[in-house]
Design a protein around this ligand. Sequence first.
Ligand SMILES: Cc1cc2nc3c(=O)[nH]c(=O)nc-3n(C[C@H](O)[C@H](O)[C@H](O)COP(=O)(O)OP(=O)(O)OC[C@H]3O[C@@H](n4cnc5c(N)ncnc54)[C@H](O)[C@@H]3O)c2cc1C
Length: 507
Amino acid sequence: MASNNAESQSVVVVGAGIGGLTTAALLAQQGYQVKVYEQATMVGGCASTFRRRGFIFDVGATQVAGLEPGGIHHRIFRQLQVDLPEATLCDPACAVFLPGEKQPINVWHNPDQWQRERERQFPGSGRFWQLLQTLFQISWRFQARDPVLPPRNAWDLGQLLQALRPDTLLTAPFVTLTVGDTLRLLGLGADRRLKTFLDLQLKLYSQVGADETALLYAATALSVSQAPQGLWHLQGSMQTLGDRLVEALKHYGGEVFCGQRVEQIHCDQGQVQGVTVRDVKSGEVRREQAQQVVANLTVQNLLKAVDQPLPGYHQRVTNLPPSSGAFVIYLGVREDAIPPDCAPHLQFLYNGSGPIGENNSLFVSVSKPGDGRAPKNCRTVIASSFTDVAPWWDASPEEYQARKQSYTQTAIAKLGEYFNLNESTIVHQESATPRTFARYTAREQGIVGGVGQRRFTFGPFGFAPRTPIRNLWLVGDSVHPGEGTAGVSYSALTIARQICASGATNF
Ligand SMILES: Cc1cc2nc3c(=O)[nH]c(=O)nc-3n(C[C@H](O)[C@H](O)[C@H](O)COP(=O)(O)OP(=O)(O)OC[C@H]3O[C@@H](n4cnc5c(N)ncnc54)[C@H](O)[C@@H]3O)c2cc1C
Protein backbone atom coordinates (compact mmCIF):
# COMPACT_ATOMS: atom_id res chain seq x y z
CA MET A 1 0.00 0.00 0.00
CA ALA A 2 1.31 3.41 -0.91
CA SER A 3 1.44 6.19 1.65
CA ASN A 4 0.22 9.74 1.03
CA ASN A 5 3.83 10.72 0.93
CA ALA A 6 4.42 8.63 -2.20
CA GLU A 7 1.33 9.97 -3.94
CA SER A 8 2.56 13.53 -3.64
CA GLN A 9 6.07 12.73 -4.89
CA SER A 10 7.00 13.24 -8.51
CA VAL A 11 9.65 11.07 -10.14
CA VAL A 12 11.26 11.70 -13.52
CA VAL A 13 13.03 8.75 -15.10
CA VAL A 14 15.55 9.68 -17.78
CA GLY A 15 15.57 6.87 -20.35
CA ALA A 16 13.29 3.91 -21.03
CA GLY A 17 15.86 1.11 -21.08
CA ILE A 18 15.05 -2.00 -19.03
CA GLY A 19 16.67 -0.33 -15.98
CA GLY A 20 14.60 2.87 -16.27
CA LEU A 21 11.31 1.13 -17.06
CA THR A 22 11.68 -1.37 -14.22
CA THR A 23 12.34 1.39 -11.67
CA ALA A 24 9.47 3.44 -13.10
CA ALA A 25 6.95 0.59 -12.95
CA LEU A 26 7.94 -0.40 -9.39
CA LEU A 27 7.64 3.20 -8.15
CA ALA A 28 4.35 3.82 -9.97
CA GLN A 29 2.97 0.71 -8.29
CA GLN A 30 3.90 2.28 -4.94
CA GLY A 31 1.92 5.42 -5.73
CA TYR A 32 4.66 7.76 -7.01
CA GLN A 33 3.78 10.07 -9.92
CA VAL A 34 6.19 8.75 -12.51
CA LYS A 35 7.09 10.20 -15.90
CA VAL A 36 9.63 8.49 -18.16
CA TYR A 37 11.35 10.50 -20.90
CA GLU A 38 12.96 8.50 -23.71
CA GLN A 39 14.96 10.17 -26.46
CA ALA A 40 14.41 7.35 -29.01
CA THR A 41 11.16 6.65 -30.81
CA MET A 42 10.67 3.42 -28.87
CA VAL A 43 11.48 1.96 -25.47
CA GLY A 44 14.02 -0.75 -24.61
CA GLY A 45 17.40 0.85 -25.37
CA CYS A 46 20.01 -1.89 -25.88
CA ALA A 47 17.22 -4.46 -25.44
CA SER A 48 14.96 -3.11 -28.19
CA THR A 49 14.39 -4.22 -31.79
CA PHE A 50 14.08 -2.93 -35.35
CA ARG A 51 12.22 -4.29 -38.38
CA ARG A 52 13.49 -4.82 -41.91
CA ARG A 53 11.81 -6.66 -44.79
CA GLY A 54 9.69 -8.88 -42.57
CA PHE A 55 12.51 -9.61 -40.10
CA ILE A 56 12.64 -8.40 -36.51
CA PHE A 57 16.20 -7.91 -35.23
CA ASP A 58 17.16 -7.65 -31.56
CA VAL A 59 19.38 -4.57 -31.38
CA GLY A 60 21.73 -5.78 -28.63
CA ALA A 61 20.51 -8.21 -25.98
CA THR A 62 19.32 -11.51 -27.43
CA GLN A 63 19.10 -13.81 -24.40
CA VAL A 64 17.70 -13.20 -20.93
CA ALA A 65 18.72 -14.47 -17.49
CA GLY A 66 16.41 -14.39 -14.48
CA LEU A 67 13.12 -15.60 -15.95
CA GLU A 68 13.02 -18.80 -13.87
CA PRO A 69 11.07 -18.79 -10.58
CA GLY A 70 13.11 -16.75 -8.09
CA GLY A 71 15.03 -15.06 -10.94
CA ILE A 72 15.04 -11.26 -10.91
CA HIS A 73 12.75 -10.69 -13.93
CA HIS A 74 10.38 -13.36 -12.60
CA ARG A 75 10.29 -11.70 -9.18
CA ILE A 76 9.66 -8.25 -10.63
CA PHE A 77 6.95 -9.36 -13.05
CA ARG A 78 5.19 -11.15 -10.20
CA GLN A 79 5.52 -8.09 -7.99
CA LEU A 80 4.05 -5.93 -10.77
CA GLN A 81 1.35 -8.53 -11.44
CA VAL A 82 2.16 -8.63 -15.14
CA ASP A 83 2.41 -11.83 -17.20
CA LEU A 84 5.94 -13.04 -17.81
CA PRO A 85 7.00 -12.90 -21.45
CA GLU A 86 6.80 -16.30 -23.15
CA ALA A 87 10.27 -17.81 -23.42
CA THR A 88 12.14 -21.05 -24.12
CA LEU A 89 15.23 -22.25 -22.34
CA CYS A 90 18.56 -22.08 -24.21
CA ASP A 91 20.12 -25.54 -24.02
CA PRO A 92 22.98 -25.50 -24.67
CA ALA A 93 23.22 -21.92 -23.45
CA CYS A 94 26.15 -21.51 -25.80
CA ALA A 95 28.15 -23.62 -28.25
CA VAL A 96 31.74 -22.38 -28.07
CA PHE A 97 34.10 -23.04 -30.99
CA LEU A 98 37.81 -22.58 -30.22
CA PRO A 99 40.18 -21.74 -33.09
CA GLY A 100 40.45 -24.48 -35.70
CA GLU A 101 37.99 -26.77 -33.87
CA LYS A 102 34.94 -28.16 -35.65
CA GLN A 103 33.21 -29.55 -32.53
CA PRO A 104 31.97 -27.02 -29.96
CA ILE A 105 32.25 -26.96 -26.19
CA ASN A 106 28.56 -27.08 -25.25
CA VAL A 107 27.58 -25.16 -22.14
CA TRP A 108 24.64 -27.36 -21.11
CA HIS A 109 21.76 -26.34 -18.85
CA ASN A 110 21.80 -29.61 -16.92
CA PRO A 111 24.59 -29.26 -14.30
CA ASP A 112 25.60 -32.96 -14.53
CA GLN A 113 25.74 -32.85 -18.32
CA TRP A 114 27.81 -29.65 -18.14
CA GLN A 115 30.14 -31.27 -15.60
CA ARG A 116 30.67 -34.29 -17.91
CA GLU A 117 31.34 -31.91 -20.82
CA ARG A 118 33.91 -30.00 -18.75
CA GLU A 119 35.66 -33.18 -17.61
CA ARG A 120 35.95 -34.26 -21.25
CA GLN A 121 37.01 -30.83 -22.54
CA PHE A 122 39.25 -29.69 -19.68
CA PRO A 123 40.64 -32.75 -17.87
CA GLY A 124 42.09 -31.98 -14.43
CA SER A 125 40.15 -28.72 -13.98
CA GLY A 126 37.57 -30.14 -11.53
CA ARG A 127 38.83 -28.24 -8.47
CA PHE A 128 38.52 -24.91 -10.28
CA TRP A 129 34.90 -25.56 -11.26
CA GLN A 130 34.08 -26.90 -7.80
CA LEU A 131 35.41 -23.68 -6.25
CA LEU A 132 33.38 -21.58 -8.70
CA GLN A 133 30.27 -23.56 -7.88
CA THR A 134 30.71 -23.09 -4.12
CA LEU A 135 31.34 -19.34 -4.48
CA PHE A 136 28.36 -18.99 -6.82
CA GLN A 137 25.97 -20.73 -4.45
CA ILE A 138 27.03 -18.52 -1.52
CA SER A 139 26.91 -15.34 -3.62
CA TRP A 140 23.54 -16.25 -5.12
CA ARG A 141 21.95 -16.79 -1.72
CA PHE A 142 23.46 -13.45 -0.61
CA GLN A 143 22.09 -11.67 -3.72
CA ALA A 144 18.63 -13.17 -3.12
CA ARG A 145 18.52 -11.38 0.27
CA ASP A 146 18.69 -8.03 -1.59
CA PRO A 147 21.88 -6.46 -0.20
CA VAL A 148 22.58 -2.83 -1.15
CA LEU A 149 26.03 -2.61 -2.68
CA PRO A 150 28.01 -0.46 -2.29
CA PRO A 151 26.32 1.11 0.76
CA ARG A 152 26.21 4.91 0.94
CA ASN A 153 24.20 5.59 4.11
CA ALA A 154 22.94 3.93 7.27
CA TRP A 155 19.86 2.42 5.60
CA ASP A 156 22.00 0.90 2.82
CA LEU A 157 24.40 -0.48 5.39
CA GLY A 158 21.51 -1.98 7.36
CA GLN A 159 20.29 -3.75 4.20
CA LEU A 160 23.76 -5.04 3.53
CA LEU A 161 24.24 -6.34 7.07
CA GLN A 162 20.86 -8.10 7.12
CA ALA A 163 21.85 -9.93 3.93
CA LEU A 164 25.10 -11.22 5.41
CA ARG A 165 25.30 -14.75 6.83
CA PRO A 166 28.30 -16.63 8.23
CA ASP A 167 28.78 -18.37 4.87
CA THR A 168 28.95 -15.00 3.06
CA LEU A 169 32.13 -14.30 4.99
CA LEU A 170 33.70 -17.42 3.48
CA THR A 171 33.89 -15.49 0.19
CA ALA A 172 35.97 -12.69 1.79
CA PRO A 173 39.41 -14.25 1.07
CA PHE A 174 38.47 -14.41 -2.63
CA VAL A 175 37.35 -10.79 -3.03
CA THR A 176 40.59 -9.50 -4.50
CA LEU A 177 41.43 -12.56 -6.62
CA THR A 178 41.04 -12.69 -10.38
CA VAL A 179 40.21 -15.81 -12.37
CA GLY A 180 43.79 -15.82 -13.69
CA ASP A 181 45.19 -15.75 -10.10
CA THR A 182 42.95 -18.67 -9.17
CA LEU A 183 44.00 -20.77 -12.16
CA ARG A 184 47.63 -20.26 -11.21
CA LEU A 185 47.00 -21.03 -7.51
CA LEU A 186 45.30 -24.29 -8.52
CA GLY A 187 48.16 -25.26 -10.83
CA LEU A 188 46.08 -24.68 -13.97
CA GLY A 189 47.98 -21.64 -15.23
CA ALA A 190 49.50 -23.62 -18.11
CA ASP A 191 46.18 -25.01 -19.39
CA ARG A 192 45.92 -22.83 -22.53
CA ARG A 193 42.69 -24.39 -23.77
CA LEU A 194 40.86 -23.78 -20.49
CA LYS A 195 42.25 -20.24 -20.32
CA THR A 196 41.15 -19.53 -23.90
CA PHE A 197 37.65 -20.79 -23.19
CA LEU A 198 37.40 -18.70 -20.01
CA ASP A 199 38.79 -15.60 -21.73
CA LEU A 200 36.18 -15.93 -24.42
CA GLN A 201 33.19 -16.51 -22.15
CA LEU A 202 34.22 -13.94 -19.55
CA LYS A 203 34.81 -11.23 -22.11
CA LEU A 204 31.13 -11.56 -23.08
CA TYR A 205 29.98 -10.65 -19.60
CA SER A 206 32.77 -8.85 -17.77
CA GLN A 207 34.31 -7.11 -20.82
CA VAL A 208 37.74 -8.37 -19.76
CA GLY A 209 39.54 -11.72 -19.92
CA ALA A 210 40.36 -14.21 -17.16
CA ASP A 211 43.48 -12.36 -15.98
CA GLU A 212 41.46 -9.27 -15.11
CA THR A 213 37.99 -10.58 -14.22
CA ALA A 214 37.17 -10.67 -10.51
CA LEU A 215 36.76 -14.29 -9.37
CA LEU A 216 33.56 -13.66 -7.39
CA TYR A 217 31.93 -12.01 -10.37
CA ALA A 218 33.10 -14.83 -12.68
CA ALA A 219 31.53 -17.42 -10.37
CA THR A 220 28.13 -15.90 -11.14
CA ALA A 221 28.71 -15.19 -14.83
CA LEU A 222 29.88 -18.75 -15.50
CA SER A 223 27.12 -20.45 -13.49
CA VAL A 224 23.85 -18.67 -14.28
CA SER A 225 23.22 -20.73 -17.40
CA GLN A 226 22.81 -23.98 -15.39
CA ALA A 227 19.68 -25.25 -13.61
CA PRO A 228 18.01 -24.08 -11.47
CA GLN A 229 18.95 -20.79 -13.21
CA GLY A 230 19.14 -20.52 -16.99
CA LEU A 231 19.30 -18.35 -20.09
CA TRP A 232 16.10 -17.77 -22.02
CA HIS A 233 15.06 -16.95 -25.57
CA LEU A 234 12.01 -14.68 -25.73
CA GLN A 235 9.15 -15.53 -28.06
CA GLY A 236 8.46 -12.64 -30.48
CA SER A 237 11.49 -10.49 -29.75
CA MET A 238 13.42 -8.79 -26.95
CA GLN A 239 10.99 -5.88 -27.27
CA THR A 240 8.44 -7.88 -25.27
CA LEU A 241 10.40 -7.23 -22.09
CA GLY A 242 10.21 -3.43 -22.41
CA ASP A 243 6.63 -3.53 -23.69
CA ARG A 244 5.45 -5.56 -20.68
CA LEU A 245 7.11 -3.08 -18.33
CA VAL A 246 5.38 -0.17 -20.11
CA GLU A 247 2.10 -2.04 -19.70
CA ALA A 248 2.74 -2.29 -15.94
CA LEU A 249 3.87 1.33 -15.69
CA LYS A 250 0.70 2.60 -17.37
CA HIS A 251 -1.48 0.26 -15.34
CA TYR A 252 -0.18 1.95 -12.16
CA GLY A 253 -0.70 5.45 -13.56
CA GLY A 254 2.81 6.19 -14.83
CA GLU A 255 3.53 7.79 -18.20
CA VAL A 256 6.21 7.27 -20.84
CA PHE A 257 7.07 9.87 -23.48
CA CYS A 258 9.21 8.83 -26.46
CA GLY A 259 11.12 11.28 -28.66
CA GLN A 260 11.90 13.42 -25.57
CA ARG A 261 15.55 13.98 -24.76
CA VAL A 262 16.54 15.12 -21.27
CA GLU A 263 19.22 17.71 -21.92
CA GLN A 264 20.02 18.67 -18.37
CA ILE A 265 19.44 17.48 -14.83
CA HIS A 266 19.11 20.46 -12.51
CA CYS A 267 20.46 20.51 -8.98
CA ASP A 268 20.65 23.12 -6.26
CA GLN A 269 22.74 22.87 -3.12
CA GLY A 270 23.34 19.17 -3.57
CA GLN A 271 19.66 18.38 -4.13
CA VAL A 272 18.02 17.41 -7.44
CA GLN A 273 15.39 19.86 -8.70
CA GLY A 274 14.19 18.59 -12.07
CA VAL A 275 15.13 18.27 -15.73
CA THR A 276 15.11 20.15 -19.01
CA VAL A 277 13.48 18.14 -21.78
CA ARG A 278 13.70 18.72 -25.53
CA ASP A 279 11.14 17.35 -27.97
CA VAL A 280 13.44 15.70 -30.52
CA LYS A 281 11.14 16.41 -33.48
CA SER A 282 9.92 19.95 -32.80
CA GLY A 283 12.96 21.16 -30.84
CA GLU A 284 10.62 22.58 -28.18
CA VAL A 285 12.28 22.81 -24.75
CA ARG A 286 10.59 22.82 -21.36
CA ARG A 287 11.55 22.44 -17.73
CA GLU A 288 10.01 19.82 -15.46
CA GLN A 289 10.27 19.86 -11.67
CA ALA A 290 10.71 16.57 -9.85
CA GLN A 291 11.44 15.47 -6.31
CA GLN A 292 13.32 12.40 -7.50
CA VAL A 293 15.23 11.91 -10.76
CA VAL A 294 16.33 8.43 -11.83
CA ALA A 295 18.96 8.50 -14.58
CA ASN A 296 18.99 5.39 -16.79
CA LEU A 297 22.26 6.59 -18.28
CA THR A 298 25.87 5.54 -18.42
CA VAL A 299 27.84 7.14 -15.61
CA GLN A 300 29.74 9.10 -18.31
CA ASN A 301 26.44 10.51 -19.66
CA LEU A 302 25.24 11.32 -16.15
CA LEU A 303 28.26 13.52 -15.49
CA LYS A 304 27.54 15.53 -18.63
CA ALA A 305 23.82 15.86 -17.88
CA VAL A 306 24.14 17.25 -14.33
CA ASP A 307 24.36 21.07 -14.22
CA GLN A 308 26.70 21.07 -11.22
CA PRO A 309 30.34 19.96 -11.01
CA LEU A 310 30.91 16.70 -9.15
CA PRO A 311 34.71 16.71 -8.77
CA GLY A 312 35.18 13.43 -6.85
CA TYR A 313 32.75 11.55 -9.05
CA HIS A 314 34.29 13.07 -12.15
CA GLN A 315 37.74 11.90 -11.06
CA ARG A 316 36.47 8.35 -10.56
CA VAL A 317 34.85 8.22 -13.99
CA THR A 318 37.92 9.69 -15.68
CA ASN A 319 40.11 7.04 -14.04
CA LEU A 320 38.02 4.15 -15.38
CA PRO A 321 39.76 1.99 -17.99
CA PRO A 322 38.27 2.66 -21.46
CA SER A 323 34.88 0.99 -22.01
CA SER A 324 34.13 -1.13 -25.06
CA GLY A 325 31.68 -0.58 -27.87
CA ALA A 326 30.08 -3.20 -30.08
CA PHE A 327 30.21 -4.06 -33.75
CA VAL A 328 27.05 -5.98 -34.69
CA ILE A 329 26.01 -7.54 -37.98
CA TYR A 330 22.32 -8.34 -38.53
CA LEU A 331 21.54 -10.93 -41.19
CA GLY A 332 18.12 -12.03 -42.43
CA VAL A 333 18.75 -15.39 -44.10
CA ARG A 334 16.96 -18.27 -45.76
CA GLU A 335 16.55 -21.44 -43.71
CA ASP A 336 19.17 -23.32 -45.75
CA ALA A 337 21.85 -20.95 -44.43
CA ILE A 338 21.53 -22.61 -41.01
CA PRO A 339 23.32 -25.93 -40.35
CA PRO A 340 21.20 -28.73 -38.82
CA ASP A 341 21.09 -28.76 -34.98
CA CYS A 342 22.43 -25.20 -34.79
CA ALA A 343 22.48 -23.97 -31.14
CA PRO A 344 20.59 -20.70 -30.43
CA HIS A 345 23.81 -19.03 -29.28
CA LEU A 346 27.32 -19.70 -30.51
CA GLN A 347 30.69 -18.20 -29.88
CA PHE A 348 33.59 -18.41 -32.31
CA LEU A 349 37.21 -17.53 -31.67
CA TYR A 350 39.28 -17.27 -34.84
CA ASN A 351 42.97 -17.78 -35.43
CA GLY A 352 45.12 -14.71 -35.98
CA SER A 353 44.25 -11.12 -35.25
CA GLY A 354 41.78 -10.36 -38.03
CA PRO A 355 39.81 -7.16 -37.82
CA ILE A 356 36.69 -8.22 -35.92
CA GLY A 357 36.76 -6.45 -32.62
CA GLU A 358 39.51 -6.69 -30.06
CA ASN A 359 39.92 -10.42 -29.74
CA ASN A 360 38.83 -11.70 -33.11
CA SER A 361 35.72 -13.46 -31.86
CA LEU A 362 32.03 -13.37 -32.66
CA PHE A 363 29.03 -14.06 -30.42
CA VAL A 364 26.16 -15.27 -32.58
CA SER A 365 22.42 -15.55 -31.89
CA VAL A 366 20.18 -17.47 -34.27
CA SER A 367 16.40 -17.15 -34.21
CA LYS A 368 14.25 -20.27 -33.90
CA PRO A 369 11.66 -21.35 -36.45
CA GLY A 370 8.32 -19.83 -35.43
CA ASP A 371 9.75 -17.49 -32.77
CA GLY A 372 8.28 -14.45 -34.53
CA ARG A 373 11.53 -12.90 -35.74
CA ALA A 374 11.62 -14.03 -39.37
CA PRO A 375 9.24 -14.70 -42.28
CA LYS A 376 8.43 -18.32 -43.18
CA ASN A 377 11.50 -20.44 -44.04
CA CYS A 378 13.85 -17.69 -42.90
CA ARG A 379 15.86 -16.90 -39.75
CA THR A 380 17.80 -14.04 -38.24
CA VAL A 381 21.51 -14.38 -37.49
CA ILE A 382 22.99 -11.64 -35.30
CA ALA A 383 26.72 -11.60 -34.63
CA SER A 384 28.47 -9.17 -32.30
CA SER A 385 31.96 -8.40 -31.14
CA PHE A 386 33.42 -5.94 -28.67
CA THR A 387 35.43 -3.18 -30.29
CA ASP A 388 37.48 -0.18 -29.16
CA VAL A 389 35.34 2.90 -29.68
CA ALA A 390 38.10 5.42 -30.40
CA PRO A 391 39.01 4.34 -33.98
CA TRP A 392 35.35 4.61 -35.01
CA TRP A 393 35.19 8.21 -33.80
CA ASP A 394 38.66 9.32 -34.87
CA ALA A 395 38.02 8.22 -38.47
CA SER A 396 37.08 10.65 -41.27
CA PRO A 397 33.69 9.88 -42.92
CA GLU A 398 35.47 7.94 -45.70
CA GLU A 399 37.66 6.01 -43.24
CA TYR A 400 34.61 5.25 -41.13
CA GLN A 401 32.69 3.79 -44.08
CA ALA A 402 35.73 1.78 -45.18
CA ARG A 403 36.21 0.43 -41.66
CA LYS A 404 32.56 -0.52 -41.37
CA GLN A 405 32.63 -2.26 -44.74
CA SER A 406 35.80 -4.13 -43.88
CA TYR A 407 34.33 -5.34 -40.55
CA THR A 408 31.13 -6.39 -42.30
CA GLN A 409 32.91 -8.34 -45.02
CA THR A 410 35.25 -10.04 -42.56
CA ALA A 411 32.36 -10.97 -40.27
CA ILE A 412 30.39 -12.48 -43.17
CA ALA A 413 33.46 -14.40 -44.37
CA LYS A 414 34.10 -15.74 -40.86
CA LEU A 415 30.45 -16.62 -40.29
CA GLY A 416 30.50 -18.33 -43.71
CA GLU A 417 32.86 -20.94 -42.25
CA TYR A 418 29.89 -22.26 -40.24
CA PHE A 419 26.76 -20.92 -41.93
CA ASN A 420 25.90 -21.32 -45.61
CA LEU A 421 26.09 -17.64 -46.54
CA ASN A 422 25.94 -16.43 -50.13
CA GLU A 423 23.95 -14.06 -52.31
CA SER A 424 21.00 -16.41 -52.53
CA THR A 425 20.78 -17.23 -48.79
CA ILE A 426 21.28 -13.68 -47.43
CA VAL A 427 18.03 -11.73 -47.76
CA HIS A 428 19.02 -8.72 -45.67
CA GLN A 429 22.23 -7.47 -44.08
CA GLU A 430 23.25 -4.40 -42.12
CA SER A 431 25.73 -3.52 -39.42
CA ALA A 432 25.94 -1.32 -36.35
CA THR A 433 29.07 0.32 -34.95
CA PRO A 434 29.67 2.39 -31.80
CA ARG A 435 28.45 5.40 -33.78
CA THR A 436 25.17 3.61 -34.50
CA PHE A 437 24.71 2.76 -30.80
CA ALA A 438 25.51 6.36 -29.85
CA ARG A 439 22.86 7.62 -32.29
CA TYR A 440 20.07 5.24 -31.23
CA THR A 441 20.75 4.79 -27.51
CA ALA A 442 22.53 8.12 -26.81
CA ARG A 443 25.23 6.24 -24.89
CA GLU A 444 28.46 8.23 -24.70
CA GLN A 445 30.61 7.24 -27.72
CA GLY A 446 28.39 4.15 -28.15
CA ILE A 447 29.95 2.33 -25.19
CA VAL A 448 27.95 -0.71 -24.11
CA GLY A 449 27.71 -3.24 -21.31
CA GLY A 450 28.76 -0.98 -18.43
CA VAL A 451 31.92 -0.90 -16.37
CA GLY A 452 34.31 -3.90 -16.79
CA GLN A 453 34.16 -6.38 -13.92
CA ARG A 454 37.75 -6.10 -12.73
CA ARG A 455 38.60 -6.87 -9.11
CA PHE A 456 38.47 -3.23 -8.01
CA THR A 457 35.43 -2.21 -10.05
CA PHE A 458 33.01 -5.11 -9.50
CA GLY A 459 30.16 -5.33 -6.93
CA PRO A 460 31.39 -3.85 -3.64
CA PHE A 461 33.78 -1.50 -5.49
CA GLY A 462 31.37 -0.40 -8.22
CA PHE A 463 29.20 2.71 -8.69
CA ALA A 464 26.34 3.00 -6.23
CA PRO A 465 22.73 3.78 -7.24
CA ARG A 466 22.95 6.81 -4.91
CA THR A 467 24.85 9.63 -6.59
CA PRO A 468 26.54 12.55 -4.79
CA ILE A 469 23.34 14.57 -5.46
CA ARG A 470 20.45 13.94 -3.06
CA ASN A 471 17.47 12.24 -4.77
CA LEU A 472 19.38 11.75 -8.02
CA TRP A 473 19.78 8.03 -8.74
CA LEU A 474 21.76 6.06 -11.29
CA VAL A 475 20.15 2.91 -12.69
CA GLY A 476 21.40 0.53 -15.35
CA ASP A 477 24.52 -1.24 -16.44
CA SER A 478 26.94 1.33 -15.00
CA VAL A 479 25.66 0.30 -11.56
CA HIS A 480 25.10 -3.42 -12.10
CA PRO A 481 27.09 -4.40 -15.17
CA GLY A 482 27.80 -7.77 -16.67
CA GLU A 483 24.45 -9.45 -16.16
CA GLY A 484 22.56 -7.65 -18.93
CA THR A 485 18.86 -7.02 -18.44
CA ALA A 486 18.87 -9.13 -15.25
CA GLY A 487 21.65 -7.00 -13.74
CA VAL A 488 19.98 -3.69 -14.55
CA SER A 489 16.77 -5.02 -12.99
CA TYR A 490 18.63 -5.63 -9.71
CA SER A 491 19.78 -2.01 -9.77
CA ALA A 492 16.19 -0.89 -10.47
CA LEU A 493 14.81 -2.90 -7.56
CA THR A 494 17.46 -1.46 -5.23
CA ILE A 495 16.60 2.14 -6.20
CA ALA A 496 12.86 1.56 -5.87
CA ARG A 497 13.49 0.20 -2.35
CA GLN A 498 15.82 3.08 -1.47
CA ILE A 499 13.34 5.73 -2.65
CA CYS A 500 10.45 4.05 -0.86
CA ALA A 501 12.53 3.77 2.32
CA SER A 502 13.41 7.48 2.19
CA GLY A 503 9.72 8.34 1.70
CA ALA A 504 8.72 5.78 4.35
CA THR A 505 6.52 3.95 1.83
CA ASN A 506 5.94 0.24 2.42
CA PHE A 507 7.59 -1.91 -0.27
C1 LIG B 1 25.56 -6.09 -28.76
C2 LIG B 1 24.99 -6.31 -27.39
C3 LIG B 1 24.60 -7.58 -27.00
C4 LIG B 1 24.06 -7.79 -25.72
N1 LIG B 1 23.61 -9.04 -25.39
C5 LIG B 1 22.94 -9.21 -24.23
C6 LIG B 1 22.26 -10.43 -23.96
O1 LIG B 1 22.23 -11.34 -24.78
N2 LIG B 1 21.57 -10.53 -22.79
C7 LIG B 1 21.51 -9.50 -21.88
O2 LIG B 1 20.85 -9.63 -20.85
N3 LIG B 1 22.13 -8.34 -22.13
C8 LIG B 1 22.83 -8.16 -23.27
N4 LIG B 1 23.40 -6.96 -23.55
C9 LIG B 1 23.42 -5.92 -22.51
C10 LIG B 1 22.05 -5.31 -22.28
O3 LIG B 1 21.44 -5.03 -23.50
C11 LIG B 1 22.23 -4.03 -21.49
O4 LIG B 1 23.08 -4.25 -20.38
C12 LIG B 1 20.91 -3.51 -20.94
O5 LIG B 1 19.88 -3.61 -21.91
C13 LIG B 1 21.15 -2.07 -20.54
O6 LIG B 1 19.98 -1.53 -20.04
P1 LIG B 1 19.97 -0.09 -19.38
O7 LIG B 1 18.59 0.12 -18.91
O8 LIG B 1 21.06 0.02 -18.39
O9 LIG B 1 20.41 0.94 -20.52
P2 LIG B 1 19.99 1.21 -22.03
O10 LIG B 1 19.50 -0.02 -22.69
O11 LIG B 1 21.14 1.92 -22.64
O12 LIG B 1 18.76 2.21 -21.91
C14 LIG B 1 18.92 3.57 -21.66
C15 LIG B 1 17.81 4.32 -22.37
O13 LIG B 1 17.93 5.69 -22.07
C16 LIG B 1 17.71 6.45 -23.24
N5 LIG B 1 18.40 7.73 -23.07
C17 LIG B 1 19.73 7.94 -23.01
N6 LIG B 1 20.01 9.24 -22.82
C18 LIG B 1 18.81 9.87 -22.73
C19 LIG B 1 18.43 11.22 -22.51
N7 LIG B 1 19.32 12.20 -22.33
N8 LIG B 1 17.10 11.53 -22.49
C20 LIG B 1 16.17 10.56 -22.66
N9 LIG B 1 16.48 9.26 -22.87
C21 LIG B 1 17.79 8.92 -22.89
C22 LIG B 1 18.26 5.58 -24.34
O14 LIG B 1 17.72 5.91 -25.60
C23 LIG B 1 17.87 4.19 -23.87
O15 LIG B 1 16.61 3.80 -24.35
C24 LIG B 1 23.93 -6.72 -24.82
C25 LIG B 1 24.31 -5.43 -25.22
C26 LIG B 1 24.82 -5.22 -26.49
C27 LIG B 1 25.16 -3.82 -26.89
